[in-house]
Design a protein around this ligand. Structure first.
Ligand SMILES: Nc1ncnc2c1ncn2[C@@H]1O[C@H](COP(=O)(O)OP(=O)(O)OP(=O)(O)O)[C@@H](O)[C@H]1O
Ligand SMILES: [Mg+2]
Length: 263
């Protein structure tokens, strides 16, 4: 990690239009994410975590959402206006629900190939195959041939998640956002997937943004944590410190609950 901000979010407010009426969700968010760090965004269901991820990715409008105020900067440049040109390349996301994201009638290998080809029209088919194979190995999918030729329903939840991670990293992103990447997976697979994210971050010099409702995951897998409550960042800082010495009442509550489970 160095001290340069790769992503800065300033005074960000965003929400959704429901039946033509605007409902605000994110309230004046300010965050700085340093290049190379693992940054966790923690909060309960409905706190606005996915909304924030979609805002960064420029995908809010798909859900009738809108940024109504503020700035997002990627390496000091305005991201909001240019994200559509770099989405899936410099900045990519593994979405919360793999089932709704993978196309059920296209072999997963083909879907990974399409993710690569969007930004690499000049690669030969040999180069494409090598890159795909290399990416499958990076995300620890063995049996490359079989998995390449499988449809989503023929894979386990963990394998599908690895396919989504492969699609997200194949264009060598600088920032990888993982929105609840392990919900729906059993505990041991959850751990493997989170460890994979951290390993990829080290291997590929990524900046990792982990979105989770679990403060223990934040403590274990991130350097810095921001706690989101009702669309506001209530606390933000070093993950260990935040866990052992929470300042805000809500963070205290989250930590107390976890410590009870741990003991
Ligand atoms: N498309 C939408 N239209 C209207 N409201 C929405 C939409 N998507 C989300 N919301 C509302 O925005 C708020 C934040 O939702 P968001 O999905 O960002 O929460 P989250 O923290 O990701 O929750 P979870 O942990 O359940 O994924 C919620 O109150 C939700 O009902
Ligand atoms: Mg969410």
């Amino acid at each position: 990690m160095n001290n340069k901000n790769i992503l800065s979010i300033n005074n960000l407010s965003a929400g959704y239009y429901v039946n033509g009426q605007y409902i605000n969700v994110l309230k004046d968010i300010n965050l700085n994410i340093k290049e190379g760090e693992s940054f966790a965004i923690v909060g309960q269901s409905g706190s606005g975590k996915s909304t924030l991820a979609l805002a960064i990715m420029g995908l809010l409008s798909i859900d009738n959402g809108k940024i109504i105020n503020g700035q997002i900067k990627f390496n000091d440049e305005d991201l909001i206006s240019k994200v559509k040109h770099i989405r899936g390349k410099d900045i990519s996301i593994v979405l919360q629900d793999p089932h709704s994201y993978l196309n059920p009638v296209i072999k997963v290998g083909q879907q990974v190939r399409e993710a690569l080809e969007i930004y690499n029209i000049n690669l030969t088919s040999k180069e494409i195959n090598e890159k795909i194979k290399d990416t499958f190995i990076k995300v620890k999918l063995d049996e490359v041939e079989r998995i390449y030729n499988s449809y989503p329903h023929q894979l386990s939840g963990g394998q599908k998640q690895r396919i989504l991670i492969a699609m997200a990293i194949i264009n060598n992103p600088k920032i990888l956002i993982a929105d609840e990447p392990t919900s729906g997976l059993d505990l041991s697979v959850q751990k493997q997937i989170l460890e994979l994210f951290v390993e990829l971050r080290n291997q590929l010099n990524l900046t990792l943004v982990i979105i989770t409702h679990n403060i223990l995951i934040a403590k274990k897998f991130s350097d810095t944590t921001a706690v989101l409550l009702n669309g506001e960042v209530v606390e933000n800082g070093n993950s260990e410190k935040l866990f052992f010495n929470p300042q805000h009442n809500y963070t205290k509550l989250l930590c107390k609950h976890i410590k009870k489970i741990e003991n």
